[in-house]
Design a protein around this ligand. Structure first.
Ligand SMILES: [Zn+2]
Length: 163
């Protein structure tokens, strides 16, 4: 009987923790990820603005990223782990002040519903390290109709080598 009560108490505690986690919203995406580091390591590896976006889910000031104006052919990768995320051919000017894309590379992006603004939004993060990138909305251009609204500071652009 005692064992059974302990099990029930444990289940109750887990349910409570899960509830709190949901209520807080805007927390780190659930892992585990292929690349896991302590927050201390991430702080050391990333610049402060990168850390604040990728690890703390902050949003950069619109229009602040030089990548808004990047028009060369190349690849946008995760600034934390270098996983290629978006080919330049899928970038477009959404007029929002954040680099925007209509389609990520296959198996590059993880999604999660967040309630940070009290309405459900789809948060997107790097599939490999879990770093927060931005959000995806359903008001993008053809062919996908999706707008991946990404913090430029979370990306690293590598231009194609000149032919
Ligand atoms: Zn990453």
């Amino acid at each position: 009987m005692i064992d059974r009560r302990l099990v029930l108490a444990g289940a109750g505690a887990i349910a409570l923790l899960a509830g709190l986690r949901w209520w807080q919203g805007g927390e780190a995406a659930a892992g585990p990820f292929e690349i896991e580091r302590s927050e201390e390591e991430w702080r050391r590896l990333l610049s402060r603005p990168q850390y604040e976006v990728l690890r703390l889910h902050r949003t950069e000031i619109p229009g602040s990223s030089p990548l808004n104006h990047e028009k060369r052919s190349g690849v946008f990768a995760c600034a934390a782990c270098d996983l290629p995320l978006f080919p330049s051919q899928t970038k477009y000017d959404s007029g929002t002040g954040w680099p925007s894309f209509f389609r990520p590379l296959p198996d590059a992006i993880g999604r999660r519903t967040d309630y940070a603004m009290l309405v459900a939004r789809t948060e997107v993060h790097c599939r490999r390290c879990g770093g927060h990138l931005g959000h995806v909305f359903e008001d993008g251009p053809p062919p996908t109709g999706l707008r991946y609204c990404i913090n430029g500071v979370a990306l690293r652009f590598t231009p194609d080598a000149p032919a």
